[in-house]
Design a protein around this ligand. Structure first.
Ligand code: UD1
Length: 425
């Protein structure tokens, strides 16, 4: 298994191109199941999760053509052709690799009247059920049964518009239902919908495919179902989590970066928290400049749905707070088990106490390099960030977690002065 070795202490300085968002590209790819025509996506990041979803879509009979995207460094274009869907079952072996696979449920049942999708099972950051997807699809008239670990959904006469009020905000649930409702008969209202930029990006593609959608980006989305959708071209929105991660790389090392392709409007509370901690953030057209400006001060954060502080940035912010001046209270409200980076950061000398879903981080002067273990995607990158700031050598094991969500992480950081290398193993 590959490892990443970092010798800390170099400030991160330079320009970093932010790629298309993984969490937008995944539902956009799934949306191709809604039409017989070709859906073309550009600015698709070259990541393991994208390949996993391609495998799943191909198992349904989708033909995928991939090429390099001439307009965005290192990203791809995908042409997805779902004309001949030959299989309505999403097998456990493919779904268990990535939870987002469950998104195929809504579009398949909406277009074909039935689908069989494996339950995704747990994952490192919590149990992550799909009950909200299922309850919402029932509101649109789907009959749902669970049998031998599979979700069986049927709507032989098609889905019908309805009112869905999500009891908690769910990004995947909103995306699943948004897609399903585009082909349902009549009007669907999604209340307490997720407002994440990735949901808005999905709505943009669906509208380009002929869907009638109002209110995406707000908590109430209204969809007027259409008998069919057609093909479209779409460019994937920038990855706000990748941008936020490199912003923290600059802040934690006393450096400065220009993040091209990332607009401030995507960043929600991340920019606000960085500014409160004393980091300089300036936004230009389609780019963001982030510069450390003296010592970083501690700030409290609490994760929340967009535009609140994203749970996917919590671990990275904790790494920054580990070397900030003062104590910071970090509260995780979205997932129940998302502090797995804490014992690893502690191995590097961080002073962190956990009480329930709250971590109290007392900033230390310097972190010390150590061998550490990656546990999930964002936890792993927080260890890389800590390693960039630490004295001495840090080796991050189980790098495959990083490959799910960060394209060329070591190369992008090395180009900005980091002493970092990937060791094949
Ligand atoms: C998406 C993101 C993930 C991010 C998360 C929260 C993708 C591919 N992944 O995940 O990176 O961390 O949003 O911003 O976009 N829940 C239920 N029942 C359900 C669905 C969700 O109880 O049916 C709970 C979850 O366990 C969690 C909360 O709702 O506690 C939010 O989850 P959700 O927004 O659905 O996350 P994902 O869409 O899986």
């Amino acid at each position: 298994m590959d490892r990443i070795r970092i010798r800390g202490g170099n400030p991160i300085r330079g320009k970093i191109a932010i790629g298309g968002a993984k969490n937008a590209a995944l539902p956009l790819m799934v949306a191709s199941l809604l039409t017989e025509d070709i859906v073309k996506l550009s600015n698709v990041p070259d990541l393991m999760d994208i390949k996993t979803l391609m495998d799943l879509l191909m198992s349904h009979g989708v033909i995928v053509e991939m090429a390099w995207d001439k307009n965005s460094a290192a990203c791809r274009t995908l042409a997805l052709n779902s004309k001949n869907i030959t299989n309505l079952t999403a097998e456990y072996d493919l779904v268990r690799k990535m939870r987002a696979s469950v998104l195929v449920l809504g579009p398949l049942v909406a277009r074909f009247g039935e689908a069989k999708v494996s339950l995704p099972g747990g994952c490192a950051i919590g149990t992550r059920p799909v009950n909200l997807h299922l309850a919402a699809l029932k509101e649109l008239g789907a009959e749902i049964e669970i049998e031998d670990g599979y979700i069986l959904a049927r709507a032989p006469n098609g889905l019908k518009g309805g009112v869905v009020r999500f009891p908690t905000v769910t990004v995947g649930g909103t995306e699943d239902l948004l897609m399903a409702a585009t082909l349902a008969k009549g009007e669907t209202v999604l209340e307490n919908a997720a407002c994440e930029p990735e949901v808005v990006d999905l709505a943009h593609l669906l509208v380009a495919m002929g869907a009638k959608i109002e209110g995406a980006g707000s908590s109430r989305i209204v969809i007027h179902g259409q008998p069919r959708l057609h093909g479209a071209n779409h460019r994937v929105v920038a990855d706000r989590i990748e941008a936020g991660t490199y912003a923290i790389a600059a802040a934690i090392t006393g450096g400065s970066v220009e993040l091209s392709g990332a607009g401030v409007e995507l960043m929600g509370a991340v920019v606000e928290s960085l500014v409160h901690s004393g980091v300089e953030v300036t936004s230009a057209r389609d780019s963001l400049k982030v510069a450390a400006n003296g010592a970083v001060q501690s700030v409290d954060i609490s994760t929340a749905p967009f535009p609140g502080f994203p749970t996917d940035m919590q671990a990275q912010m904790m790494a920054l707070m580990a070397t900030a001046q003062g104590a910071s209270v970090i509260t995780e409200t979205i997932f129940e088990n998302r502090f797995m980076h804490v014992p690893e950061l502690a191995r590097m000398g961080a002073d962190i106490t956990i009480k329930g879903n709250t971590a109290i981080v007392r900033g230390v002067k310097t972190l010390k390099g150590a061998p550490v273990m990656a546990t999930d995607l964002r936890a792993s990158v927080s260890l890389v960030l800590a390693g960039l700031a630490a004295q001495g050598e840090t080796v991050v094991n189980r790098v495959y977690h990083l490959d799910r969500g960060y394209q060329s992480l070591d190369q992008k950081l090395r180009a900005c002065g980091a002493d970092i290398e990937r060791i094949p193993g």
